[in-house]
Write a protein that binds this ligand. Structure first.
Ligand SMILES: *[C@@H]1O[C@H](CO)[C@@H](O)[C@H](O)[C@H]1NC(C)=O
Ligand SMILES: *[C@@H]1O[C@H](CO)[C@@H](O)[C@H](O)[C@H]1NC(C)=O
Ligand SMILES: *[C@@H]1O[C@H](CO)[C@@H](O)[C@H](O)[C@H]1NC(C)=O
Ligand SMILES: *[C@@H]1O[C@H](CO)[C@@H](O)[C@H](O)[C@H]1NC(C)=O
Length: 460
């Protein structure tokens, strides 16, 4: 508890005398952007294509190769940002899995690494400068585009391209690397898939971090109504960082350090605790241990019911020995570590080849129940079961997810990988927009659109 005491004293002193805050004492992490040699290539920041050409090119240069499959998706970008100049970038994979950017005039750019296994900067021509606040620009994506992202940045966001065994891979900005060339930039993205069947799936994800404030709407051609995910309030990041600092004051864990500022001390992003693990792996190591122990004790004596929300219906689970076993499940679950709970995809939550449908249904529901700390509250013996208003009410919990949802305008947008686990009924936190008959995708940067614009229509 020594750390706790020192931290409390530190934050106490800081709040008592704000003028005495020195850079060293600020509880937030500070970005110190480096150059290409400070990039770390991982599965998290790479989009690996299967194509390599000796030089950067446009779509008309595919001599002996398949042309990209055509499409027509208008994307409107609305600038509602109160800060500096914003640039957008649209990247993804074409129908032949080639890394491609859509430029501001709707033309294509296929960047080339030139065969370099050291990442090389992508041409500045991919930058789409947004018009002034209150104005918009519409770009029509002319091809099918998957694993796509629409990035927004205050200023310039650096992208790189690198030779990989299969072709050329895109090196994307990495939110959890304090020395990444992008580290000092305020940026964010929405994920989009525009499939060969001309369906659109778009989501705003806060699974890894909260950065630039984004919201989106999808108008459709089948009369089913415009869909909207409002995302976070314009002031959310500052509030989330302040609340994370308060949480550190309360429990002594380094929530405050998961908030990253630029060199001027302005918060530019808040990292999910699992992603913060890339900076300080042991930071939350023992955070969940007492809770996990209590859950194991509790479900040794009584049954946990998992509603698989599949044909298998509800299954009963019990702790026997050191594992939790569910009826009809092909294997049991050992106690999860903090990292397992943040990521929902390691330890007992790693789904293996050969796992049966019950196992595949239990993993997301069990992990979501931990993240939301609903396993020991009244009604928590059926998962998913309790309503959203009961999530994150007892400690320990995922305070990052709690705060993201607190500052979401309509409660939607993933704050952890299985945020789409919900009780039967209409609640769905996923924030995904999807349509087989898309008309236009609109993304608002800096602030959500006023709600009076959207009286009806379904939300994802
Ligand atoms: C892409 O390739 C790089 C280099 O081979 C590798 O480090 C990275 O994990 C790959 N990314 C994905 C998403 O598989
Ligand atoms: C968001 O959508 C993209 C594109 O459809 C998909 O690849 C990704 O898994 C989705 N993310 C989440 C968290 O659902
Ligand atoms: C990728 O990000 C996840 C969190 O989303 C983290 O748990 C994992 O360690 C990261 N992987 C690498 C190779 O950095
Ligand atoms: C929530 O919505 C997402 C996106 O539409 C979908 O993939 C997911 O299955 C839904 N979850 C539930 C429990 O209905």
């Amino acid at each position: 508890m020594r750390t706790f005491t020192i931290l409390t004293a530190l934050i106490g002193a800081v709040s008592a005398a704000p003028s005495l805050i020195s850079r060293a004492a600020t509880p937030f992490s500070v970005a110190s952007p480096g150059d290409v040699h400070d990039i770390t290539l991982t599965a998290n920041n790479t989009l690996n294509g299967t194509y390599h050409s000796p030089a950067t090119s446009d779509a008309n240069k595919f001599a002996n190769q398949a042309q990209p499959k055509p499409g027509h998706l208008p994307i409107k970008l609305v600038n509602s940002f109160g800060g500096g100049h914003v640039n957008a970038y649209i990247s993804g994979l074409d129908s032949e899995n080639r890394v491609v950017f859509i430029k501001g005039d709707g033309s294509l750019l296929y960047p080339s690494s030139g065969g370099s296994s050291t990442p090389v900067p992508v041409s500045d021509a991919v930058k789409i400068p947004l018009p002034a606040k209150g104005k918009s620009i519409t770009i029509t994506v002319p091809i099918v585009l998957t694993s796509a992202r629409i990035y927004f940045a205050e200023g310039t966001l650096p992208f790189f391209i690198v030779k990989i065994p299969t072709g050329d891979g895109l090196v994307q900005p990495s939110p959890a690397n304090l020395k990444d060339p992008s580290a000092g930039v305020n940026w964010g993205f929405v994920e989009v898939s525009y499939t060969e069947g001309k369906s659109v799936y778009a989501n705003i994800s806060y699974v890894d971090f909260v950065g630039m404030i984004l919201s989106m709407t999808l108008s459709v051609k089948d009369g089913s109504g415009t869909q909207i995910t409002r995302g976070l309030h314009s002031y959310a990041l500052k509030e989330i960082c302040q609340a994370l600092a308060q949480q550190t004051h309360k429990d002594g864990f380094p929530w405050a350090s998961t908030c990253i500022t630029n060199s001027h001390g302005t918060p530019i992003r808040a990292l999910a605790p699992g992603d913060y693990g890339a900076i300080k792996p042991a930071a939350f190591q023992h955070y969940w241990t007492p809770y996990v122990d209590k859950v194991w004790q509790h479900y040794t004596k009584s049954a946990l019911t998992i509603n698989t929300q599949t044909a298998a219906g509800k299954v009963k689970c019990h702790v026997k020995g050191d594992k939790l076993y569910c009826d009809g499940d092909n294997r049991g679950y050992s106690k999860p570590s903090a990292n397992d709970i943040w990521g929902c995809n390691s330890g007992p939550f790693a789904i293996q080849a050969g796992d049966n449908d019950i196992h595949k249904a239990v993993v997301p529901r069990l992990c979501a129940a931990f993240v939301r700390s609903t396993l020991l509250i009244p009604g928590g013996d059926v998962q998913p079961g309790v309503s959203r208003s009961k999530y994150y009410k007892v400690g320990p919990t995922n305070h990052y997810s709690r705060l993201v949802h607190k500052f979401e305008v309509d409660g939607r947008g993933y704050a952890f990988p299985y945020d789409d686990v919900n009780p039967d009924g209409n609640e769905n936190a996923s924030g995904t927009l999807a349509s087989g008959a898309p008309d236009k995708l609109t993304v608002y940067v800096g602030a959500p659109p006023p709600s009076k614009f959207f009286k009806s229509g379904k939300s994802g």
